[in-house]
Design a protein around this ligand. Structure first.
Ligand SMILES: *Cc1c(COP(=O)(O)O)cnc(C)c1O
Length: 408
């Protein structure tokens, strides 16, 4: 009897110890939940609960969890060839690059593995362009304060938020900044040393802040006038998220360099930089590379995502469902004007801006089996898979309504 009790005590203590003594470096405030499997818009918790997942790995799983077409594509490739060096021609990579070229402004594509790597490569390509033109001092990049371009040393100082840069000095030089929406300081900050302006077409981590179309048109004109490059970071807002393949297409403009990642692999890590001919002229063999970038297994995922995304009606459906979602959220804002301050976003990149800190709100949503993720400025991000159904959106609206109703 006593031995039995002792055993139970030890087991319980062990479990507790396990959770407390995680071997994972403490860089995330993780929610106390984990999952056994996913299907479409849903995740199945080890606690037996079924969650509506409107995080989707932060806009990564654009086709939801366990999409059959993606599974088949990766399975098939995994039996043939996973990885070969970029020292050789990789046909699957040629195929994806050609398709990105056909569907977008791009003339050339360079594959990486993540968003930060892609944005950092974008910065390199911009500098190298002016270097190759005999203007090596034209190497500074102008960015928005508190933006998000990744977590590498260069990209944190490009993003320039206190949270990301604190304790990581010395500062990586080569970046200047202006505030979101401050046109005057933007123009004033451009000097003879400015090589490029780099902004997120829609700021994701910064709080789902959409740059209006007329500003994007103005940005393009300004870059032309000053003879500098326009880099649009579409890592989060690209790949169909806004209802068009790229968010800048809404403004009918063409950037010079576009880093992408998140959605393009449908959950498989892929990053890439798309460039026009002009920028491509600055690069030659040996100037940039990546061991893993664009390997055949990753490319099978990217090509499968493209197959589905460019099926007739896919992107217009994102717009339709996005508008339905936004309409429902605006109604909630009217119903709960003391809780919801603002509804932001485009397509299925949506932010619910609250009056107060959103941590408790997100927890309440999770208690009611809706998963969301935070962004700056008290924003709750809603990122459904791009093939979400109207019923799933309505379910999320019901949960949001319930949480608002009981919120103190
Ligand atoms: C997520 C994100 C990145 C960084 O991507 P990682 O894959 O996490 O390195 C860069 N830019 C934007 C706009 C992002 O949303």
């Amino acid at each position: 009897m006593l031995a039995g009790l002792l055993l139970i005590y030890c087991i319980k203590k062990d479990i507790k110890l396990d959770l407390k003594m995680s071997a994972i470096l403490n860089t995330y405030n993780r929610k106390k939940v984990s999952f056994t499997k996913g299907k479409g818009a849903f995740l199945y918790g080890t606690n037996g609960k079924k969650y509506l997942d409107f995080v989707q790995g932060i806009a990564v799983n654009c086709l939801g969890h366990a999409h059959n077409y993606l599974i088949n594509s990766i399975s098939k490739q995994s039996k043939k060839l996973w990885h070969v060096s970029n020292a050789f021609i990789i046909p699957e990579q040629e195929k994806l690059a050609k398709r990105l070229k056909q569907k977008t402004f791009a003339d050339y594509v360079s594959f990486q593995n993540s968003g930060a790597e892609a944005t950092e490569a974008a910065i390199k390509f911009a500098r190298r362009y002016f270097y190759s033109k005999g203007q090596p001092r034209k190497n500074r990049v102008l960015c928005i304060n508190n933006s998000f371009h990744g977590r590498t040393l260069a990209t944190i100082f490009a993003s320039n938020s206190k949270k990301a840069t604190e304790g990581f000095g010395p500062k990586v030089d080569g970046f200047d900044h202006f505030n979101f929406g401050d046109h005057k300081s933007l123009e004033k900050s451009i000097t003879s040393r400015t090589a490029a302006i780099m902004v997120e077409t829609i700021m994701g981590e910064g709080g789902i802040k959409v740059i209006p179309n007329y500003c994007l048109v103005g940005l393009r004109k300004l870059c032309n006038k000053k003879k500098i490059l326009l880099i649009l970071d579409e890592v989060q807002c690209g790949i169909g998220r806004s209802g068009k393949f790229f968010a800048f297409e809404h403004a009918k403009i063409k950037p010079d360099i576009v880093p992408i990642a998140k959605g393009i692999g449908g959950g498989f890590p892929i990053g890439a930089v798309l460039v026009n001919k002009k920028v491509a002229s600055g690069m030659k063999p040996g100037t940039h590379g990546s061991t893993f970038g664009g390997n055949p297994l990753a490319m099978s995922a990217g090509n499968a995502v493209m197959d589905i995304m460019f099926k007739k009606g896919f992107l217009s459906n994102v717009t339709k469902n996005g508008n339905h979602f936004l309409k429902g959220l605006h109604k909630l804002k009217e119903k709960y004007p003391k809780i919801i301050k603002e509804v932001r976003g485009k397509g299925l990149l949506i932010g619910l801006c609250l009056y107060k800190d959103q941590t408790k709100f997100i927890q309440k949503l999770m208690d009611n089996k809706l998963l969301t993720v935070r962004a700056a400025e008290n924003v709750v991000r809603l990122l459904p898979p791009l093939n979400v159904t109207k019923q799933e959106i309505n379910l999320s609206l019901k949960i949001l309504d319930k949480v608002c109703k009981n919120y103190r």
